[in-house]
Ligand binder design. Structure first.
Ligand SMILES: O=C(O)Cc1cc(O)ccc1O
Ligand SMILES: [Fe+2]
Length: 436
């Protein structure tokens, strides 16, 4: 898909018509809509939210969304928001790459959702969940929507061809997309596919403030791409399934038409994608290691200023140029929880053992930092300008204390019990007679 097929800009008021003049002129709810369409509003925030944060869109569609049979509970597979399944675990955790479905199974994006960890509650609209998806089948005559929160999807393997009510988004590895609560979408794939999902409850992702950086930098608003209206006008004799995640459980309702029957829409509540290679990297250019907040792509703020429900942070290709500096991440204990994944390449603090498609979790105040090999090499290596290339790691950083699910801690069988040994050989270098 060429870029021309998207609308560009973060948080814009967009208008998009798949047929000419399909949007009503000068009002949202005319007595009769153009082309005999139904008008339907989807709100992303409470009606009463201030203008700065208020989000809603108007959809002009062939059938209103309400036209479906009742929802029935369905199996939720490895999806869970039960944070008391396991005993709390403060250890440093690392997962080997999560499995793709085996060839004898057919698993689509929804069936392939598995929750690793999370905290809080969609009922109270406060919290977050981290999921893995792994699928080998496209969703056919089936869509999904999440009543609980927004999905930030990070493909690691395989392109996602996503059809939404607003139009189509192709999302490749090294791109991400956000599909907000309520929005119906369907995922088609070309190969067995895998990735990570950060779900947030009660808030939408925003661009971080830039402070002294100035008016430009980090993720530029113009690089966020939203779909253009396109619609399906079809009847399904065997029915079309609408799958809903509601309070952590799945439900299914049948209807006889496509949910992707929106001929035109306008508003500022709309899914988007972003290519991580467009990130304008800021870093320390003289000495010391800057905190990773300089790499924040999107933030989902809590009600406490400066504290996020969850941040999406990347570790993109960049030059390391600092002098008289230990350049990799410092050893640290963070009041936030850090879940990391690797899209491609290697992560500078852990060249061994942290593989693309795998993950790590360092919970609040759990000590971590560079492995022994990284420490020795970076404490002694020549400090020439060095390009950290061919890599894309990321972090979901949250102010919540995360609970592991049974799937994340046991069923997936990917936890590396030897992870802690990457620090076991750190030598004592202390010399009481050291002179400056
Ligand atoms: O732990 C990690 O690898 C992530 C991280 C990177 C960094 O550069 C500084 C702090 C931090 O938590
Ligand atoms: Fe860290």
């Amino acid at each position: 898909m060429s870029e021309m097929e998207y609308l560009s800009g973060f948080g814009n008021e967009f208008s998009s018509e798949a047929l000419p003049d399909a949007l009503p002129k000068g009002q949202n709810s005319p007595q009769k809509c153009p082309y005999g369409l139904y008008a339907e509003q989807i709100s992303g925030t409470a009606f009463t939210c201030p203008r700065e944060t208020n989000q809603r869109s108007w959809l002009y569609r062939i059938h209103p969304s309400v036209q479906h049979e009742p929802f029935k509970a369905m199996e939720r597979g490895n999806l869970s928001h039960d944070w008391d399944e396991q005993h709390p675990n403060p250890n440093q955790l690392r997962w080997k790459p999560f499995d793709l479905p085996s060839n004898d199974q057919e698993i689509d994006f929804v069936q392939g959702l598995a929750t690793v960890c999370g905290a809080g509650s969609p009922r109270e609209r406060n919290g977050t969940a981290i999921h893995i998806y792994a699928c080998n089948k496209s969703m056919t005559n089936r869509c999904f929507y999440n009543s609980d929160g927004d999905f930030l999807i990070v493909p690691q393997k395989g392109k996602l061809r996503i059809t939404t009510e607003f139009g189509k988004l192709d999302v490749n590895p090294n791109e991400i997309c956000v599909i907000q609560h309520g929005i119906r979408f369907s995922v088609a794939i070309d190969e067995p596919s895998r990735g990570y999902i950060l779900e947030v409850w009660g808030v939408h992702f925003r661009l971080p403030n830039l402070g002294p950086i100035g008016a430009n930098g980090l993720a530029n608003p113009f690089d966020f791409l939203s779909p253009k209206a396109s619609f399906v006008d079809e009847t399904y004799e065997d029915g079309f399934q609408v799958v809903n995640k509601y309070q952590g459980h799945l439900f299914c309702a049948m209807q006889d038409h496509s949910p992707f029957d929106v001929v035109a829409w306008r508003g500022n509540f709309v899914p988007y994608k972003y290519d991580l290679s467009n990130f304008m990297v800021i870093n320390a250019v003289e000495f010391d290691h800057a905190d990773p907040s300089i790499f924040t792509v999107l933030t989902a703020p809590s009600n406490t200023p400066g504290v996020a429900i969850a941040d999406f942070v990347i570790f993109p290709p960049r030059w390391a140029v600092q002098e008289h500096t230990f350049r990799p991440p410092y050893y640290h204990r963070n009041c936030m929880s850090e879940f990391m994944g690797l899209i491609s390449g290697q992560y500078e603090a852990k060249e061994e053992g942290f593989a693309p498609g795998g993950a790590s979790l360092h919970s609040m105040y759990t000590p971590h930092g560079p492995d022994t090999q990284c420490f020795e090499q970076s404490s002694n290596g020549e400090l020439k300008p060095f390009h950290i290339g061919g890599t894309m790691a990321f972090m979901f950083e949250t102010s919540f204390g995360l609970a592991l699910t049974k799937w994340g801690e046991e069923v997936c069988r990917k936890i590396d019990p030897k992870y802690y040994t990457c620090w076991s050989d750190l030598k004592k270098h202390f010399d009481p007679n050291w002179k400056p």
